[in-house]
Design a protein around this ligand. Sequence first.
Ligand SMILES: Cc1cc2nc3c(=O)[nH]c(=O)nc-3n(C[C@H](O)[C@H](O)[C@H](O)COP(=O)(O)OP(=O)(O)OC[C@H]3O[C@@H](n4cnc5c(N)ncnc54)[C@H](O)[C@@H]3O)c2cc1C
Length: 398
Amino acid sequence: MTTSTGGPSRTDGLWDLAIVGAGPAGSAAALGALAARPATRVVLLDRADFPRDKACGDGIAPHVLDVLAEVGVSGVLDDWMPVRRLHLRHQDASVDRSMRRPAYVVPRTVFDSRLLDAAVQAGAVLRRHRVRRLRAESDRLIIDDVAEAKVVIGADGAYSAVRNSLGWPASGRRALALRGYAPTPSDRAGQQVIAFAGGQQPAYAWSFDRGDGVSNVGYGELLTSRRPPPGRRYILQRLEHLLPGSVRDAGDWLGHHLPLSSWRWRHPTGRVLLAGDAVGLINPLTGEGIYHAVATGVSAGQVAVAALGENDAAGAGAQYRDSVRCMLGSHLRHTTAAARLVSLPGMAGAGVRAAGHEQRVFDDLVELGLGRGTLPPSTVAAVLAARAGSLAPSPRSP
Ligand SMILES: Cc1cc2nc3c(=O)[nH]c(=O)nc-3n(C[C@H](O)[C@H](O)[C@H](O)COP(=O)(O)OP(=O)(O)OC[C@H]3O[C@@H](n4cnc5c(N)ncnc54)[C@H](O)[C@@H]3O)c2cc1C
């Protein structure tokens, strides 16, 4: 298991790339950079000792593994049970189908450590340090007077110190969620179960079976200025109401904010790149953020190395912004639009009914929620038909 080699020091010299935060975005950034140019001098700075926990549903989309394979990392979850069944529920509507590709449910103490191990094996140096401030000095960035680098990637999560020290605003909409671990009841084994709350406040409870007799259970909802953030007691009541039996034997509760993505993704120019939660990239429909963290992390690492190779570190921010917009732009617009639609009366239930009616609609919604899918017009039409109560006869299953 990876341990840091102590704190950073200016005697380490000038790093090509300093990455703040060694979660999925940070480790992926190191992997992206080192796969592109193995000789890059990369330091990963994290305030925590690993393995460290992180509030999460632990759901890992198959798309995450695709991105990791592109930077030479494979087999990281081979000893965990793939989860193929997804059960969605909204009041009296429900659908239980197989996903085209299985997901995984793996504790972040395991997943994040394995990614970090892969980054260190690829050549990254891990140092333990809580970053507070960045300052620019001619051709370099100085981190708290303990490290200096040509390019910095801020992958330090929802409350990013790197983003704050740039004066860059946090993403607009946020959700709050609490997770715990509970024994898996037999009727939820081998499944990811999501029960949407009724009402206009987008919210849902989940129970994700890890495959080892334990499920990750939790509840999250969108924060609005109309009412104070939900407290722990309320959250546990909502979880128990939506998924009865989840709370009594559960423990290890941990909560966190989720910075949600929006219509247009913005990013500063210059030699600091922001990836994952630090730059508000959580899917507003599902709360999934690991795929976006890993995908933008790898992209940030690759762009940083390319910019260094061209002696244009100051141009890295603009190049990275273009690269992420090209990769995720349509998806971010579609998820923002879908999140707005879902908050209209009757839409969430209609989505569940349409997905129950047709595998194709289910697959499209899974792609939108877990990967970087968009909403085809035929799927929008199917959801609207379900809302109007006029679904066409169900197509025969292949
Ligand atoms: C309750 C909950 C459930 C969720 N469920 C899912 C799910 O099932 N599937 C999914 O895909 N996503 C889920 N998400 C979202 C997911 O957890 C995040 O999108 C993901 O962790 C983002 O990865 P990251 O690397 O950007 O940030 P993080 O995972 O937050 O990593 C940031 C790292 O930076 C370090 N750090 C922070 N500040 C500093 C500092 N100042 N100096 C040095 N280091 C610092 C931290 O120690 C940490 O290691 C959930 C989120 C919540 C809150």
